[in-house]
Design a protein around this ligand. Structure first.
Ligand SMILES: [Zn+2]
Ligand SMILES: [Zn+2]
Length: 320
């Protein structure tokens, strides 16, 4: 027997849930959460910095530092300019040589093969901070415990998720390009190149096994680890804290202190507000080395149809 429809509605009615808030601890930042976050970010990084003087002259040389900077810049921009702004969002068009080089440089960052990276990232934009986002820090909801768990998930935990983003659904354009499919499938080979090239250079330039070993450690392992954490911080930190000068339907924020190491990607609020823009640091003084290099490549004629953000478009995206 079916109950009268009026009573059924009353029985199943649930109170409306409190709105999800975009800042830690609700409208105001909770100092305990801020402090815990700073510790989690600060301590491992401080340990790494503290290791430098200990190692100096005894396993770390100027040559190692130079190799770290060069390898970090090549592989980091392979992610930011290549995997992200070009392959995921189509911020510009590139000739075949640049297209291939960006695919290789991005693979060498050791963040997964090209096609997988792009598929995951497009899914992130489609569902940003909602159900279906592969790496939202808000996965477990707001509140200290949920957010702590969520930050871990968005930073690294999601990488261990056995469920993979559907490549045919999210990256059909890349799968149609045989060169790109080949580069993406060669991922393990480019990882080996990424780790062994600095070792070979360090060994040849210093003409010693010791030089090869220390270059392998610093410009290979430490550099990959550093770039991993910077890239993952865009998924975790830039979706949990930061200023929101632009309108976006998620929790993305602009985090100034990550601008240089992230090569402009930490202006993440603008990026979610205007995904195809080739420049993320659009406001005065916002450093964005990726945009600068795209500009140089445009002047050289290597890339074209760059989607530079114009003033009117930026103003239209501003939060009220
Ligand atoms: Zn993006
Ligand atoms: Zn994002």
């Amino acid at each position: 027997m079916t109950p009268p429809s009026g009573t059924a509605v009353l029985e199943t009615e649930t109170p409306t849930p409190a709105p999800i808030r975009g800042t830690l601890g609700g409208e105001r930042k909770n100092w305990a959460e801020q402090f815990a976050l700073a510790l989690f970010i600060g301590i491992p990084f401080a340990a790494l910095v503290a290791a430098v003087p200990f190692a100096w002259g005894w396993g770390l040389s100027w040559l190692d530092v130079a190799l770290v900077v060069v390898m970090y810049a090549i592989t980091g921009h392979g992610i930011t300019i290549g995997f992200h702004r070009y392959f995921t969002h189509g911020s510009f068009k590139a000739n075949r040589g640049v297209r291939v080089a960006l695919g290789i440089a991005g693979n060498m960052a050791v963040q997964g093969p090209l096609v997988r990276w792009v598929a995951d990232h497009r899914k992130h934009h489609k569902f940003s901070d909602q159900d279906g986002d592969p790496h939202s820090p808000w996965k477990y909801g707001p509140g200290v415990r949920s957010l702590a768990k969520g930050l871990w998930w968005s930073h690294m935990g999601w990488l261990f998720d056995v469920e993979q983003t559907d490549q045919h659904k999210y990256a059909p354009d890349l799968l149609k390009d045989r060169d790109l499919v080949r580069i993406s499938r060669q991922f393990p080979f480019w990882v080996a190149v990424s780790l062994l090239a600095p070792a070979a250079l360090g060994g040849l330039i210093s003409w010693s096994w010791q030089g090869a070993l220390s270059a392998f450690f610093w410009a290979g392992l430490v550099r990959v680890g550093l770039l991993h954490h910077v890239t993952w911080s865009i998924n975790s930190i830039c979706h949990a804290v930061g200023k929101q000068p632009f309108r976006s339907r998620d929790k993305s924020g602009n985090v100034w202190w990550l601008a240089i190491p992230s090569m402009g990607e930490s202006w993440h609020n603008l990026h979610h507000a205007d995904q195809t823009a080739a420049r993320h640091g659009v406001l005065r003084g916002q450093l964005d080395s990726s945009a600068r290099i795209i500009r140089w490549m445009e002047k050289l004629g290597w890339v074209r149809d760059v989607r530079w953000p114009d003033r009117a478009r930026i103003d239209a995206k501003r939060a009220a």
